[in-house]
Design a protein. Sequence first.
Length: 301
Amino acid sequence: MQQWMPLLAEHDIGKVLEHEPLSKYTTWKIGGPADALVIPDTKEQLARLLKLASEHAIPWMQLGRGSNMLVSDKGIRGLVIKLGPGFDYVRFEDEQIVAGGGVSLVKLCVMASKQGLSGLEFAGGIPGSVGGAVYMNAGAHGSDVSQIFQSAEIVLDTGELAVYNAEDMQFSYRHSVLHEQRGMVTEAVFQMKRGDREEISAALAAFKDRRRLTQPLQLACAGSVFRNPPGDYAARLIESAGLKGLKAGGAEVSVQHANFIVNTGQATAEDVLTLMKHIQSTISSQTGIKLVPEVFVVGER
């Protein structure tokens, strides 16, 4: 047992699950145990938890809906923090949406369409949380979070509560300031525009159909594995290299979308990493392009 583990029981920080398998919480269905998975249900509990981690030098990482993450087979030492049901709320204030950090992005898009609010259509098929989407500046179809972002409440790693505007977030491609300045998004405000409900719903349906036809969503996966290099597409490069269908253990480069790696049933993190490294080395040797992972690889190796 980690020497700091008893401290968790001494504070009101939410639900604590010791040695919890993270494969239950990732869309790849891969990942070893966390020393402790903590699920705070209020901002106060989260602030208390992060302050405790800071004071006792306890390593921690956040987990959204597990859709952009590869957790190692040995798991994660320290704390894994996942926002609880108390962060799953949505309010509509005229043309603004206020959403808790734990809200499903897909659910939020549907709710916005029913309100006749346009701006989130691009995110209708992104299987992440609001907090994760802000952290990653998630995007698709030529748009991203930065284009509708107004502000966010963030609990910093010191336990302090801060409010960041768009400039503070320093958004760029799949990046925000939270990659360097650690904290967790507890709430975000998005600026929308009034639109025709039927047109918004039709756009969402079209994007959903496109994803269903082009992506292997029937298998456990984590979305795009690599970022698109400037002026090109990772999927095109991987397919041109003849790597579709390549397998390592239970992992496979999708025959439907070359920038997806799927879990065919019993894949390990090492299987996925083997394919990722092979793809990178092949593309680099053939084209000189170095593919950068879009997924986060975390945990003990």
